[in-house]
Design a protein around this ligand. Structure first.
Ligand code: NAD
Length: 337
């Protein structure tokens, strides 16, 4: 074992504490020295400190090597606090949200042969937080910048190159949203010229949603704006087996956090039956980000082995196992290697 990695863990709300505990348990057998520090964010932090993202949490994340994040809950509508997740992404300038989707052995899925990545701009767009109450109407401002579009497009092309992928597709609605999506689309096309080895094309968001539902094998890497990427991600999770297995990375130039794409699933909280596979796959992405490529790959293989065997899977995948049963099975699988 080499160096010690400091990992901040946002335990989160709802099923968050259970799935993060499961991930920490399985990571114990991955063969690395990982030092976990649990920190508060989300509804639980709001109830305790009247602050959904306490400064102490931010400080610990900044002084750690990476952060594993459980889902956090945000009450809907006006009058409630801003999402801790969105706040953290903006505060740490984690501009790239990377969401890979593939089939997993043993997991029932609508389509086979899916292997795609959504690269979602993570700090601007409709989630910038510029919303105004005007009495009987409400106004939202969508912010798209050249700088934001350029860096996310470059990130997507670099990812395509690194992962030996063939094509980047810019998804937008520039026929209607002429200024905002128009700028995003044009910048993506400009950036594409510097990557002649990668094919580039574009799709309108509505057509892309249909293509994903009908023929997702056509898609390789999607680069898109914040809200569009958020919505398409859940659709992509749906076609490969559901939210319980879909991971993500939130990455900037200095910091990163890793989380399942699903939320806090409050109805499942405390039942011990939530699927921890998505946060475990996110933890595997974290290990790769830390430079531990072998450990990350071994962790993925172990999770997939338990999914493939099908004996210890959770209710969302048709099984009867609890969250910690799955974690113990993955830990056992890792100790076999
Ligand atoms: P959700 O993803 O929490 O749940 C939707 C449904 O998917 C659940 O009812 C459940 O049936 C299923 N599901 C999700 N994850 C699962 C898992 N690991 N195992 C088994 N089943 C699972 O979405 P929602 O209901 O729209 O949101 C609930 C809360 O989560 C909201 O407060 C929202 O703000 C928050 N949220 C947080 C994040 C985040 O922290 N990044 C992301 C999305 C939603």
């Amino acid at each position: 074992m080499g160096r010690v990695y400091k990992v901040a863990v946002i335990t989160g709300d709802g099923i968050g504490p259970e799935i993060t505990e499961a991930a920490i348990h399985a990571l114990g057998n991955v063969g690395l020295k990982l030092e976990f520090t649990k920190v508060a964010a989300g509804l639980n932090a709001w109830e305790k400190y009247k602050n959904q993202l306490p400064q102490e949490t931010v400080d610990i994340i900044k002084s750690s090597d990476a952060c594993l994040k459980g889902p956090t809950q945000t009450p809907p509508g006006p009058g409630s606090f801003k999402s801790a997740t969105v706040t953290l992404r903006q505060l740490l300038d984690l501009y790239a949200n990377v969401r890979p989707f593939r089939n997993h052995p043993g997991v029932p899925s609508i389509h086979k042969g899916v292997d795609m990545v959504i690269v979602r701009e993570n700090t601007e767009g409709m989630y910038k937080g510029l919303e105004y109450n005007l009495g009987d109407s409400a106004l939202g401002v969508r912010v798209i910048t050249r700088r934001g579009s350029e860096r996310i497009a470059k990130f997507a092309f670099d990812l395509a190159r690194r992962e030996k992928r063939k094509r980047v597709t810019a998804v937008h609605k520039a026929n209607v949203l002429k200024e905002t999506c128009g700028l995003f689309r044009n910048v993506c096309a400009e950036v594409a010229k510097s990557y002649p080895d990668i094919l580039f094309d574009e799709m309108h968001i509505d057509a892309a949603a249909m293509r994903i539902a009908m023929k997702p094998q056509d898609i390789d890497v999607i680069v898109t704006t914040n809200l569009f990427g958020d919505v398409l991600s859940d659709e992509c999770a749906g076609i490969v087996g559901g939210l319980g297995i879909a991971p993500s990375a939130n990455v900037g130039d200095r910091y990163a956090f890793f989380e399942a794409i699903h939320g806090s699933a409050p109805k499942h909280a405390g039942k011990g039956d939530a699927n921890p596979a998505a946060i475990m796959f996110s933890a595997a992405m974290m290990l790769k980000y830390l430079g531990e490529l072998d450990a990350g790959a071994r962790f993925e293989v172990a999770i997939d082995a338990v999914l493939a065997e099908g004996k210890t899977v959770t209710r969302d995948l048709g099984g009867k196992a609890g969250t910690m049963d799955f974690a113990r099975a993955v830990a056992d699988e890792l100790s076999k290697k």
